[in-house]
Ligand binder design. Sequence first.
Ligand code: DMJ
Length: 593
Amino acid sequence: MRHWLTLCFILVWRDSDIVSAQRPIIPENFYTQEHLSELRAEVKELFYHAYNGYLNYAYPLDELQPLTCRGVDTWGSYSLTLIDALSTLAVLGNHTEFRRVVDVLSKKSFDSDINVSVFETNIRIVGGLLSAHLLSHKSGIQLEPGWPCNGPLLRLAEDAAKRLLPAFNSSTGMPYGTVNLRYGVPPDETPVTCTAGVGTFIVEFGVLSRLTQNPEYEAVAMRALKSLWDHRSSLGLLGNHINVETGQWVATDSGIGAAIDSYYEYLVKGSALLGRPELMEMFWHHLVGIERYMRKDDWYFWVTMTKGTVSLPVFQNLEAYWPGVLSTIGKNSDAMKSILNYHQVLKHIGFVPEMYDVQQREVRPNREGYPLRPELIESLMFLYQGTKDKNLLAMGEDVLRAIQHSTRTPCGYATVKDTRDHRLEDRMESFFLAETTKYLYLLFDTENFIHSQGISGKPHRVASRSCMLDTGAYIFNTEAHPMDVGALDCCHGPTERDIWQKAWFPKRSSKRNSPESSDDKLSIVSSSSIETCKKPHWQSFLWIKSPPRCSASSAASKSWTGKRRRSSLYSLLTCEAAPFMQMFCIGGEVCDI
Ligand code: DMJ
């Protein structure tokens, strides 16, 4: 578990001591198609070296031990690496192996008497299975009738998620950190959970609810988020561990890294994926506090949640996801500044260690390892998509070189125990195959289907609903499992009949669907306003507080933040007002098919 309790001593930081990075200059013609193709081939080889090592020496156990070439159960005895690697097989286009693994997994059940982390099981197992389920139409698998609202991987994901639900039976609605997959929360389980362990469910549970039409998953995830939100300080900051029964903060240091990180990520992603602007409003609110108190020369320090004074002037490897989030919300220039700082640490140390002391410019003792984490590469990939700045490719190549140089073993890739001398440890976490290799590949594979700009999509029909798949509007969960946003419309939301009715009888239907009564509203706009839906990429959509002129209504409702909001804020990702053929405005991308 990533339960990291910060030391609560105050360190005085001085501006002049902080390193601020300079941008390296890569010639425009440096990363040719040929060069990129070589890098892709290298990343593929790297992936299969580790994947085959896992299959040969570790499966069906959770993880490969890459120094001794053995296997070990770590997070739950559920063949974790196999499940976590599945969506990467789809991204690499290995449909044969994808089908073989799906066949193996279809016979699986999660009914076992083992205690597991609720957070890790959700992001790796539930997230991995849902993503593979949504990508399975690309692999040539025989789809069940009614897919994506049916299917073996969806049932398996739901089986796992159901077993996590007892964790949410606390007096605050925030989940316990551990459950027994068969018997629920262990009687002696601590009520203390980290903030990320409370607020990192809305992506997976939202997808699950929308596909299965069982609202319970989304509802518990929203309740947990709302409860966290209610416990924010007057500065808009959160601590890093909380008692889920009493609502008391147990660790009050606030940062963007370990034990909090993916909470922020899921506010942005959950909002975009599910069309929930209240989550984005929460994010904007937190961002004010983060910018005001934590940001120091484009580093982000730990501060006390009530006073905002710096408590720990460090940079953690886990924080390197942040430029990716900033890029997603359109803040590319801020993202670039931070990533240049982080890249300097890589150049200085050889890897990004778990913790780097920004003042002393050295690895922090006891936090000197590098467990093959993806965060820096994740940000490089998102920021490259947003800017096409080739310096980001060069930084990605630096990470690849470091991994190849120091972590490769005869049967896989190993955690760096100490980034100062590059000693290795006998562990290869499953996120190496789920995230690190996937983001590296996607950084260099500029034409991958994941990067589609939404100029095409694949129409799909389930009973009375039409939906559009494969538009490039993918939301990655925090374990890098991509979820196809358009697929959710196949099982949830208005049917074709609703849409036609609303198109022909706008007045009656807009009364029945007032903003207060439903989130799935439709209203009518003139064809000229449909033009405004054309946006180049879904990322550019997220930071627009109000969607294009798709909604004709201006009624107001109250959000969690207490602000009045116009109903047009209800839909961030669907062009809800457009007539039928323009309804596939997923992520603002496909308005004119
Ligand atoms: C992954 O399991 C996820 O990315 C999580 O959000 C943070 N830690 C690891 C990778 O470092």
